[in-house]
Design a protein around this ligand. Structure first.
Ligand code: ADP
Ligand code: MN
Ligand code: MN
Ligand code: MN
Ligand code: MN
Length: 362
């Protein structure tokens, strides 16, 4: 271990073995900061084992240090909304996903969960399912892709996707550790794979119904940042970390309703695609935290993407905005894949606008 700020984890083990009193439970509150993209966390002790987020106290933090408030009126509230087992502290300890509210009890600008939750409540009879494919890139602390030569580039793309071997993939330890932390904590992770650009990886979360999609994806992101931190590696959710002939990173969003999953659901899928075709710009604005600015660098029409300016749909076509998986077209039911969301998207915004367009016709 020779990265900046590295400490000896064997020494840490001694202290983590100290007996923890039964009536002292550590809760790490996790929230989305003012960037709408990055996560923050802080811990407190409670004297009971929480079973639901509602039992936990509302807390606060200094919003002037997270881009969420002015210094003269800096307290921002944390409302616990989802509980996960803590894979680092183990035992009864918890990770607590929170929503942020301003001094006047209104949601902060980057709290998109509140509105998403209201939308999901309105459409719950349609049983909306989502599965998000989170792509991300591992970087050294100097922001250079992890494992890449310091003066130059790896060989061109081709051998890396789902690759195996030390000359094909970089950072598998992190991927494996993250997968287990998700399973342990209760995040509905469904798989992982190495991506087309070396040092780029993907994990899938889902299918999740309603608000759980956003909750589990944000917690999965917290876990990948936290796990990589222990390895001295940085995780980037930037949609185009390397310019040139290197794939960008997205968050393909797979979506279905109960009707789409039933016999002849394909007609329902086609109806949804027609509705999506009429709201392309609204969706692009919701698919990254900067109203399309980030995704502009990625959705070029090259590297398995569609142009940010056009809407398109097709069976098994990875150059389209929307892809109907081959298997779904054959079975005439299933789900659609929206390939436009950026890797740094807010899944509450993405899933919210999806049900607004497809389920509510708004
Ligand atoms: P790709 O072939 O695009 O790489 P992946 O296997 O990476 O696809 O991801 C597919 C995602 O679709 C998974 O997250 C899975 O949970 C999700 N999914 C599967 N069935 C459905 C469904 N009926 N509705 C919504 N999402 C689904
Ligand atoms: Mn202080
Ligand atoms: Mn995938
Ligand atoms: Mn992928
Ligand atoms: Mn995909």
């Amino acid at each position: 271990m020779n990265f900046n700020g590295a400490t000896n984890k064997v020494v840490l083990e001694r202290y983590l073995k100290l007996q923890q009193p039964k009536d002292k439970v550590q809760c790490m509150y996790v929230w989305i900061d003012g960037s709408g993209e990055h996560l923050r966390a802080k811990s407190r002790t409670v004297d009971f084992v929480p079973k639901t987020p509602k039992e936990l106290p509302i807390w606060n933090f200094d919003g002037s240090s997270t881009g969420q408030a002015d210094g003269c009126n800096s307290d921002v509230y944390l409302y616990p909304v989802a509980l996960y087992r803590d894979p680092f502290r183990l035992g009864d300890n918890k990770l607590v996903l929170c929503e942020t509210y301003k001094y006047n009890k209104k949601p902060t600008e980057t709290n998109h969960r509140m509105a998403c939750n209201e939308l999901m409540e309105r459409v719950k009879d349609q049983k909306p399912w989502f599965g998000i494919e989170q792509e991300y890139t591992l970087l050294d602390q100097d922001q250079h892709p992890f494992g890449w030569p310091k003066n130059g580039f790896p060989g061109p793309q081709g051998p890396y996707y789902c690759g195996v071997g030390a000359n094909r993939v970089y950072g598998r330890d992190i991927v494996e550790a993250h997968y287990r932390t998700c399973l342990y904590s209760g995040v509905n992770i469904s798989g992982t794979n190495a991506e087309v650009m070396p040092a780029q990886w993907e994990f899938q979360v889902g299918p999740c119904e309603g608000i759980e999609m956003g909750d589990d994806l944000w917690m999965a992101r917290f876990l990948i940042h936290r796990v990589a931190e222990e390895f001295g590696v940085v995780v980037s959710m930037d949609p185009k970390p390397m310019q040139g002939d290197w794939n960008g990173a997205g968050a393909h969003t797979n979506f279905s309703t109960l009707k789409m999953r039933e016999e002849n659901g394909l007609t329902e899928i086609e109806k949804a695609i027609d509705k999506l075709s009429r709201h392309h710009i609204r969706h692009i604005k919701a698919y990254d935290p900067n109203e399309g600015k980030d995704n502009e660098r990625r959705l070029t029409g090259l590297h398995e993407t569609s142009s940010i300016h056009d809407f398109s749909a097709g069976v098994a076509n990875r150059g389209c905005s929307i892809r109907i998986p081959r298997g779904c077209a054959e079975e005439r039911k299933g789900y659609l894949e929206d390939r436009r969301p950026s890797s740094n998207c807010d899944p509450y915004q993405v899933t919210g606008v999806m049900v607004k367009t497809c389920c509510l016709d708004e």
